[in-house]
Design a protein around this ligand. Structure first.
Ligand code: GLY
Length: 369
């Protein structure tokens, strides 16, 4: 049954990131309105829309919305997925900005998923030592995670996100009407980040997850609420820790093993699927090193409810995953860097588990049966 009220009201979450505050505005259809883009442009004479071809094809009206009287528009098409996050693509973006004589008062618009917001954020933060940035996320993952908090990142052959900056957008235009156009697997992948927020911060999220049988068009109000709840949870954790030294690290729940699994699988696992498995792994570590009981079962039940994986179904070796997990330790040597959620809505930081504990957890809860 359709849950959407006739005219859902716009909702705004104020994102405070240290001394900066910006609006995350969730409003249906706003990406398709010329007035949105005219207002957002402000004094910009040029808008640089960084986007991928599939997204540009899905939202052609956005790219025409400013009209002839508005600012000049430059569309920089980048590859889809992780292939966007390379220094070659960054260099192509710089060349396009240089040709357009793009200034610091012009506006970079990231229109796309998390790889586009990561790339465009990096370009905006480094062009002329920092230019204006707006995020228009078009995947659930980008709506609830990548568009909020100002992390940017580029991959090198040695690993994901090894080069990056913190650069906050001046606003996020969130429009949940993009969700029905997403492939089911992409949507589920985004739900892993929503579930993560439930385990580390707001347990109400876990009682409000969508029904896996019906699509986002039939549960649109539920999705909007989940986006808002997740963004509020994330905003609280980063408000006083933009640089990722304290509570913001809780957002890494499931990611230490998850990112290693994603890479070790040769990216056959999507980010959210790998994070789901990383949460199962973290739940078992939690049972092994604290008195917590039942966290694996609880985690698996929640993931199963939305159709996310709860065990590996491809051959990935523990040695490979373990080697990749060590990269996290190198970011801030000596600091506790592994996140546990001993019960719904709470998170703690502990040192990386010992190799033998990690191997036990991997064998017990992840290895294909
Ligand atoms: N994606 C986690 C963070 O923004 O800190």
């Amino acid at each position: 049954m359709e849950e959407r009220p006739a005219q859902p009201a716009a909702r705004t979450v104020a994102i405070r990131a240290g001394s900066t505050t910006y609006p995350f505005t969730l409003a249906s259809g706003q990406l398709d309105r010329a007035v949105t883009w005219r207002e957002a442009a402000g004094s910009a004479r040029t808008l640089a829309v960084i986007t991928s071809r599939p997204v540009a094809a899905l939202f052609p009206r956005i790219l025409q919305a400013t009209g002839t009287a508005g600012p000049r528009q430059l569309v920089i098409e980048v590859p889809d997925g992780e292939a966007a996050k390379t220094l070659d693509v960054v260099s192509r973006c710089y060349q396009a900005l240089a040709r357009a004589r793009f200034t610091r008062s012009d506006l970079v618009i990231a229109l796309g998923g998390g790889t586009v917001t990561d790339l465009a954020g990096f370009v905006a933060s480094t062009w002329k030592r920092g230019t204006r940035l707006l995020h228009a996320p078009t995947t659930l993952l980008a709506l609830v995670d990548a568009s909020v908090g100002g992390k940017t990142g580029i991959n090198l052959a040695d690993g994901k996100n090894l080069v990056g900056t913190f650069h906050q957008p001046e606003r996020v235009l969130a429009d949940a009407t993009v969700l029905p156009s997403l492939p089911a697997r992409e949507l589920r992948s985004g739900l892993a980040e929503v579930i993560k927020c439930g385990f580390i911060a707001d347990p109400a999220i876990l009682n409000f997850l969508p029904d896996r049988v019906r699509g986002p068009a039939q549960q649109s109000e539920r999705y909007r609420r989940l986006i808002e709840m997740s963004v509020r949870a994330k905003a609280q954790l980063l408000a006083d820790d933009v640089a990722d030294r304290g509570t913001r690290r809780y957002l890494n729940y499931g990611h230490t093993a998850g990112q290693a699994l994603e890479t070790a699988s040769g990216f056959s696992l999507r980010h959210g699927e790998a994070v789901a498995l990383g949460m199962v792994f973290a739940a078992r570590i939690c049972e092994l090193i604290t008195a917590a009981d039942g966290t694996v079962t609880d985690t698996r039940d929640v993931l199963y409810q939305v159709g996310l994986p709860t065990r590996l179904d491809t051959a990935v070796s523990f040695d490979h995953v373990w080697a990749l997990m060590q990269q996290d330790k190198k970011v801030s040597p000596g600091r506790p860097s592994f996140v546990l959620s001993p019960r719904r809505g709470t998170a703690i930081l502990v040192p990386m588990p010992q190799r033998r504990t990690a191997q036990q957890a991997f064998d017990e809860v992840l290895r294909p049966v």
